[in-house]
Design a protein around this ligand. Structure first.
Ligand code: AMP
Length: 232
C-alpha cells in the first residue's frame, strides 16, 4: 500500500461513504474492506434485511417476499432501520453505506439525517459495471449466510468448500441471485436508483470508478481516492 493511503487510513474517516452501483457491481465487497481498514461500521441494508429474514422477525416477514421478487422494500421501513442504526455510538467516526440510499426520497432523508451528525460532507462513489457483466458476476456469487462475507467462483472462494473463511458459516447462493430475479433487480436499479447517482452528481458529491476490474484494482483506486480527499 502507498504511503498517502497508509497515512489516510491512520486518520478517522469522519464521513458517510456511500457506495452506489448496480447489484453485483462490487459495493458489498469494497464496502466491507474499506470499513475494515478505516475501522468504521459497514452498513448494508441488504445484510440487515437478510438478518431479519433469518431471525424471522416481523420486519423480515414483510421484507422477504419483496426481496425475492427483486423489488425494493418501502422507503419508510428502510429509513427507520437506517436512522436507528446511524444514531448508535459506533457511527461517530463515520461509516460506509452499501445498498442505501436506493431511491430519491431515501437520499433526501439521508441528507437530513447527516446534517444532524458532526461529520464531513458525505461522499458517494459509483461503481460502474455494465448489465451483462453484472448478470455473469451474480451467477458466480456466493455469500455466507451467517456473516454475509462475499465469495465468487473463479475469483475468491472459501478455502474449505461451502464453509466461510471468516466465521465458519455456510456459504450459499442468495435466493435473489437467480437470473430472473437479477434481471428484475437490474430493472429496479435503472428505474429507481440511477436518479440517486444524479442527485449526488448535481451536488458535487459523486465520484465514479470502473467497477468491472478485479477486486484488488478497484480497491486500490478507491483507497487512493479517499487518501487524496484527506490530503486536500
Ligand atoms: P442488496 O443485498 O443490497 O442487493 O439488497 C437485497 C434486497 O434488499 C434488495 O433487492 C431490496 O429488496 C432490499 N433492499 C436493500 N436495501 C434496500 C434499500 N435501501 N431500499 C429498499 N430495499 C432495499
Amino acid at each position: 500500500m502507498a504511503d498517502p493511503q497508509r497515512r489516510a487510513l491512520a486518520q478517522p474517516l469522519l464521513r458517510a461513504l456511500i457506495l452506489l452501483g448496480a447489484p453485483g457491481a462490487g459495493k458489498g465487497t469494497q464496502a466491507r474492506e474499506v470499513a475494515r481498514l478505516y475501522d468504521v461500521p459497514h452498513l448494508s441494508t441488504g445484510d440487515m434485511f437478510r438478518e431479519h429474514v433469518a431471525k424471522g422477525t416481523e420486519l423480515g416477514r414483510r421484507a422477504k417476499p419483496i426481496m425475492e421478487s427483486g423489488k425494493l422494500v418501502p422507503d419508510e421501513i428502510v429509513l427507520a432501520m437506517v436512522e436507528e442504526r446511524v444514531a448508535r455510538k459506533d457511527c461517530a467516526a463515520g461509516f460506509v453505506l452499501d445498498g442505501f440510499p436506493r431511491t430519491l426520497p431515501q437520499a433526501e432523508r439521508l441528507e437530513e439525517i447527516l446534517a444532524c451528525l458532526p461529520l464531513r460532507r458525505a461522499l458517494a462513489v459509483n461503481l460502474l459495471v455494465d448489465d451483462e457483466a453484472v448478470v455473469r458476476r451474480i451467477a458466480a456469487r456466493r455469500i455466507c449466510n451467517s456473516c454475509g462475507a462475499i465469495y465468487s467462483a473463479g475469483e475468491k472462494m472459501p478455502r474449505v468448500e461451502g464453509k466461510c473463511d471468516v466465521c465458519g458459516g455456510q456459504v450459499v447462493q442468495r435466493p435473489d441471485d437467480r437470473e430472473d430475479v437479477v434481471r428484475q433487480r437490474l430493472a429496479t436499479y435503472h428505474e429507481q436508483t440511477r436518479p440517486v447517482t444524479e442527485f449526488y452528481r448535481r451536488r458535487g458529491q459523486l465520484l465514479e470508478l470502473d467497477g468491472s476490474r478485479d477486486i484488488a484494482s478497484v480497491q486500490h483506486e478507491l483507497l487512493a481516492l479517499l487518501a487524496r480527499l484527506h490530503e486536500q
